[in-house]
Design a protein. Structure first.
Length: 334
């Protein structure tokens, strides 16, 4: 038998300190046997340390006085493939070592389970750990990772804005883009994410500013009043906002009830409404924001009830009259 094809090493690569090039532990080098001159016992204990295993002895007096030695991982005994037996402890240990050699030390490549009767799967400890096994699972996890990143980015954007690290001109388009990406990703993740609140709880995300922003669905510059502009610009805003009020109330009167029919119109209304400096004092602002949050939490195909539609029409009509009466003579109150 050649040194390069020893039954105990299976023709493994040259070894150094017990380890060969294929990452298997070799208790016997090519050409070695179990005589006293070979430090196989020392290598065996090193092997146990590498495998995070230990062994226990048992003397079976009713079986002609046979010693057995069994390997354990995490205090769980493995199957009969890694049990040695013999008339003496040395013979039992030699038998165990030869079994380990003949199986190329698969103990290094398995994990202990919770049952002594289970078959332990072969797991390469040097391979990449994967969260998925199919393309569909990969897409799901990648979409959730993108959603996670959008929420984190939105949180930092909100913090930067309230700390004046960026101005409104930089904040508004960035926030609008993130909100648009968020809505797109929320559709892609589907049933795996029942709600953004559940998603954030699942992954321990403590991002209250981002949560509020996605619930409202519009940037803070729209939710709150912006800076006052010139009279010509204000006149344009009055016309646009008045038209938005009328369009939205007409939609309700035409019995449009689905989120994808109402939310864009209400968002457009809020965008114009928030341009007016005094709108922060108006009672209608809180009502509009509340309805934005309600609609934003719904699926695109969900519809509001008739009672909700009646209350929404009442709130918007009240906000419209409040807006119109607050204009007074024009630019001074706008």
């Amino acid at each position: 038998m050649s040194d390069n094809n020893n039954i105990h090493t299976n023709g493994g690569a040259p070894v150094q300190n017990g380890w060969n090039g294929n990452e298997f532990y070799t208790l016997l080098h090519p050409g070695e046997n179990m005589d006293s001159g070979v430090p196989w016992l020392e290598r065996f204990h090193t092997f146990l340390q590498r495998a995070r295993a230990n062994h226990n002895w048992r003397y079976e007096d009713d079986n002609n006085g046979v010693w057995t030695v069994r390997l354990l991982v995490n205090e769980i005994p493995l199957n009969s493939d890694v049990v040695g037996s013999g008339q003496t402890k040395r013979d039992a240990m030699i038998d165990l070592v030869m079994k380990l050699e003949s199986t190329r030390h698969n103990l290094l490549l398995i994990g202990a389970g919770t049952s002594t009767t289970m078959q332990f799967p072969v797991v390469d400890l040097d391979s990449e750990a994967r969260l998925y096994s199919t393309n569909a699972e990969r897409e799901k996890y990648e979409s959730q990772a993108t959603l996670f990143g959008i929420i984190v980015a939105l949180e930092y954007l909100e913090r930067a804005y309230v700390r004046d690290a960026i101005n409104a001109a930089e904040y508004t388009p960035a926030c609008t883009r993130l909100l648009s990406q968020y809505k797109t990703m929320l559709k892609l993740v589907g049933d795996s994410v029942p709600s953004v609140e559940e998603f954030m709880r699942r992954y321990n995300m403590d991002h209250p500013a981002a949560l509020h922003r996605v619930q409202v669905g519009v940037p803070a510059t729209i939710e709150h009043s912006s800076e006052q502009q010139g009279s010509a610009e204000t006149a344009k805003w009055v016309a646009e906002t008045t038209q938005s009020f009328i369009t939205f109330m007409d939609a309700l009167n035409l019995r449009l009830r689905a989120k994808d029919q109402l939310h864009p119109r209400l968002q457009e209304l809020m965008t114009g409404y928030a341009r007016f400096k005094d709108s922060a004092k108006w009672e209608g602002r809180g009502k509009i924001v509340s309805w934005l949050i309600t609609l934003n939490a719904m699926k695109a195909s969900d519809e509001i009830s008739e009672d909700q539609a009646r209350q929404l029409l009442f709130d918007i009509d009240h906000a419209y009259h409040e807006f119109f009466s607050s204009l007074g003579g024009g630019k001074d109150n706008a």
